[in-house]
Design a protein around this ligand. Structure first.
Ligand code: PEP
Ligand code: MG
Length: 908
């Protein structure tokens, strides 16, 4: 006995999306809660898997399908293949994870030479009948028989040309009849076979094709982009549903709605509809639909029913729904519902408002927002101060602003986008096959279609800006031009689109930084309440620290002091310190650096007070502060040339003339002294040159060989602390030592800290509290964590270096030479510099935490490598018992939510 492969909508389990797909499960659920759904049944994803790569659905499945078709005939009072009263069905895909538009659907199935007269007779509407027929032949031809769409479109264009009309709507019944005949001919020519007349043969072929669309190019690319794994969705189910028609006349309509506004999250009726149209007309953007609010005037009773439908859906699913409906001769049918894809603004607002409305709990609100999507909220929007005149206006289809070069097709968008060029994909309308262009583009601009067109829905799902239906623009893909009212856009011209207003501007417009909404603040406060991990920021300047506080950082987990030396007023002092040939000379340079560092720390402490600030002592190899040897050699050669041409040449010329040199002539001494300085620097650079600088003279090794450098930094930190305390500012500094391999290094540095602390405490007559910790970024540090914890009060995993050390990869070489191949061929699941390598490095980390806490159960442990801002890596940090994560300021909100997710998911 094989398992049951087919479920009527009355019997399927609405929760079993793995078996029935999201669409099928929801059709069952909606039927069972009494919504008006056209009758139908679901063929399970498991049935699709049994057919594998075979060319047709196994006969066992078709036997069940036939029996369900008979039940369906009874329910709707029509017969499949009947010449007088034909039943037509749609055959729709639907996997466990929603993949809008990525798989295939066939409508009006069951039409042939015999049943068409029945439909014409039944509806008394020739235009409608032939329109249904030609749509069916095209869709079936494309999806089930693999006939290129363009061949049908050519015929359609030819008929429109002959009829002298621009839009399909202008075609009369006779034109559509001719078009159907032409389409049948196209199929015969392309496949060498007549179009299948047997309705059950049509059905079997359609089911097979829809199952097969799971492995189609679009679907595979989509799953790859959104990391949809086989455990999340394994094949598509197929829904066979009795057709209802929104295109039988003016008492018919079709529409798409969201239970809340998916662009802003506002709790309002949202959506669009078209009178006398089929669903694909709305989604494909072939006609620009009307906002649903107009239905209130045009079809008041149906609008009331639609509001009721929307309210029932949300109350039942406790989630924002995106639903499709059809009105057939005054009766409203709900064709499908699914969780609405929204941008992050809307996700956050609806999450908070649904908690306030009692629809969901705070935990549910937190878990329904994907932490990575919060990054969308940190994108800038247009700075509209000043006079900026838009060159075109469309619908605000997906909020946010984006600038880039106009590109008129998805392939080119992909090529340019991949090479780092910012592009805006400009199309008359988009289709699912354009998906790769969406991935590569900054934003999407279309001249046709509404807020629920393909372009709008997909862009919103991706959080990309989209302006849809900019009808004033005439887009010609062939000539790669868009022309509008007094404007012509060529491919490559830079434009800016504002998906929040629908405006299109020429050139790159100024942007303003993102704003934290009240709802986001609220959601993140809830996140902090549940999260076990603290979230700190990596920040090296008072500006970055200010931003970190605004984003809710609970302190600074890593202040890289080397970055403080790069400003133009400090670099020369740093260079002076490095070039020093004696200890005295070095001390003189350090004495000049001390007040500058102290002031830096005071500013940071003030901004962060009363939060802790972890300052890392100098880490990078010294030569990073000096020019490269090649640069110096070039400079010296240029100076010699200047000396030869300008100084020598001028001197000779003036001597020959018997006059003295003018005052502004290049000064010989100056040039020779600069050359001497550069040569001295060159010698130092050559002396400092290392084969593997990242494994060389850096980190604490510098502090051991040049103790005066670390002493200056420690003094600056402690004096800044003392001075802040004097000013009544609470300060919690922590000193962190990089690149440690043995506890003995830590002991040396700690002795310096203690000595200086004693001295400064006496000088300022204040007790200072300063934690002392170690970075864990070498393999030996992990292995020796128990002994390090005897000296260190805290550990911070520097997972950037620790990844390099674990893999023996140098990051730059790996990422530019072989890592892409490793990940593409799945030798490694991800780039370990972006996603923490749980299997390998994670084992080292886990061991270091355990060993450290063996010695010191109160040891505070955190992470400050880039992984500290990556949601899945944060989850791992929480699992192994870290106390905090530290990441760059803009990722702090992401990390706060991810930390909450980690706790909530662990407690499940
Ligand atoms: C690290 O290695 O993870 C780290 C934070 O230090 P840096 O990136 O400065 O080397
Ligand atoms: Mg490091």
């Amino acid at each position: 006995m094989h398992p049951k492969y087919v479920y009527a909508f009355e019997e399927g389990d609405g929760k079993n999306t793995q078996l029935l797909g999201g669409k099928g499960a929801n059709l069952c659920e909606m039927t069972q809660i009494g919504l008006n759904v056209p009758p139908g049944f679901v063929i399970t994803a498991a049935a699709g898997r049994t057919s594998g790569d075979t060319p047709s659905v196994p006969s066992g499945v078709m036997t069940e399908v036939r029996s369900h078709m008979h039940r369906l005939e009874k329910k709707v009072g029509k017969a499949f293949g009947s010449p007088t009263n034909p039943l037509l069905v749609s055959v729709r895909s639907g996997a466990a994870m929603s993949m809008p538009g990525m798989m295939d659907t066939i409508l009006n199935l069951g039409l042939n030479h015999a049943t068409l007269p029945g439909l014409l007779q039944q509806t008394k509407n020739e235009r409608f009948g032939y329109d249904a027929y030609r749509r069916f032949i095209q869709l079936f031809g494309k999806v089930a028989l693999g006939v290129p769409d363009a061949l049908f479109d050519e015929q359609c264009e030819a008929i429109k040309r002959d009829a002298g009309v621009k839009a399909d709507a202008g075609l009369r019944a006779s034109h559509l009849r001719d078009l159907s005949a032409r389409f049948l001919h196209v199929v015969q020519q392309q496949t060498g076979q007549p179009f299948p007349e047997d309705v059950y043969e049509q059905l079997a072929m359609a089911i097979t094709a829809v199952f097969r669309s799971w492995t189609g190019k679009r679907a595979v690319a989509y799953r790859r982009e959104f990391h949809i794994t086989p455990t999340m969705a394994n094949g598509t189910a197929v829904n066979v549903v009795a057709m209802v028609f929104g295109n039988m006349g003016d008492d018919c309509a079709t529409g798409v709605g969201f239970t809340r506004n998916p662009g802003t999250g506002a709790n309002e009726m949202y959506g669009e509809y078209l009178v006398n149209a089929q669903g694909e007309d709305v989604v494909a953007g072939l006609r620009t639909p009307k906002p649903v609010q107009e239905m209130q005037r045009e079809m008041p009773e149906l609008y009331r029913q639609l509001v009721a439908l929307r309210n029932t859906l949300e109350a039942h699913y406790h989630e924002v729904q995106e639903y499709e409906y059809t009105i057939e001769q005054g009766t409203l049918y709900c064709l499908q519902t699914r969780n609405g894809k929204m941008n992050a603004v809307a996700m956050v607002r609806t999450a908070v408002e649904m908690v306030h409305e009692g629809l969901i709990s705070k935990e549910q609100a937190l878990l329904r927002v994907n932490p990575s999507e919060l990054e969308q909220l940190l994108h800038p929007c247009l700075d509209l101060r000043g006079a900026h005149t838009p060159v075109a206006q469309g619908l605000p289809a997906s909020p946010g602003a984006a600038s880039g070069q106009c590109v008129f097709d998805a392939d080119r968008a992909e090529i340019l986008g991949r090479s780092g060029v910012k592009v805006i994909l400009v199309r008359e309308e988009t289709k699912p096959e354009d998906i790769h262009g969406f991935f590569a583009a900054q934003g999407i601009l279309t001249s046709r279609g509404g807020k629920t067109s393909h372009a709008a829905v997909v862009a919103r799902g991706m959080g990309k800006a989209c302006v849809a239906g900019a009808e004033g623009l005439h887009i010609e893909t062939k000539t790669r031009l868009a022309t509008g009212d007094g404007v012509t856009l060529h491919e490559g011209d830079v434009i800016t689109i504002d998906g929040s207003t629908g405006h299109v501007y020429l050139g790159e417009m100024p942007m303003i930084p993102p704003h934290f909404s009240d709802e986001l603040q609220t959601l993140l406060t809830w996140a902090d309440d549940v999260a076990g991990l603290e979230v700190l920021a990596n920040a090296d300047t008072p500006e970055a620290a200010t931003q970190a506080v605004q984003y809710g950082a609970m302190g600074i987990g890593l202040c890289r002091t080397e970055r403080m030396f790069n400003a133009s007023d400090r670099l020369p002092l740093m260079v002076e310190m490095i070039l020093a040939s004696t200890t005295e000379e070095r001390q003189q340079a350090l004495d000049k650096l001390l007040p500058i560092q102290r002031e830096d720390f005071m500013q940071m402490f003030r901004v962060m007070s009363p939060r802790p600030v972890t300052v890392r002592l100098l880490d990078p190899p010294m030569h990073e502060f000096l020019p490269s040897a090649q640069q110096l050699l070039d400079d010296i050669a240029a100076l010699h040339e200047e000396y030869r041409v300008a100084v020598k040449g001028q001197t000779t010329a003036f001597q020959a003339l018997g006059v003295s040199l003018p005052d502004d002539a290049p000064c010989e001494e100056l040039i020779t002294s600069v050359i001497a300085k550069k040569q001295q620097m060159l010698r130092k650079v050559q002396e400092l040159s290392e084969v593997n600088p990242m494994l060389g003279h850096r980190g604490v090794r510098l502090g051991i060989t040049y103790p005066a450098i670390y002493e200056m930094q420690i003094r600056a930190i402690l004096e800044a602390t003392a001075r802040c305390l004097q000013d009544g500012i609470q300060v919690w500094p922590e000193i962190m030592v990089p690149q440690v391999i043995t506890a003995r290094e830590l002991v040396r540095v700690k002795q310096a800290v203690e000595a200086l602390q004693q001295h400064i405490e006496t000088q300022y007559r204040r007790k200072l509290v300063c934690k002392f910790g170690s970075m864990i970024e070498t393999v030996r540090a992990c292995l020796q964590a128990d002994t390090l914890a005897e000296v260190a009060e805290f550990f911070s995993f520097g997972t950037n270096d620790l990844t390099q050390a674990t893999f023996s990869f140098s990051r730059e070489d790996a990422e530019s030479k072989f890592l892409p191949l490793y990940t593409a061929s799945q030798l490694l699941p991800e780039n370990p510099f972006e996603v923490l390598d749980v299997e390998g490095m994670g084992t080292l980390m886990q061991m270091a935490v355990a060993k450290g806490r063996q010695t010191n159960p109160l040891l505070k442990v955190g992470i400050c490598g880039e992984h500290g801002g990556h949601p899945a890596s944060i989850r791992f940090c929480s699992q192994i018992g870290l106390n905090y994560v530290s990441c760059s300021a803009p990722r702090v909100p992401v990390a706060r939510l991810a930390a909450a997710h980690a706790t909530l998911l662990e407690s499940r």
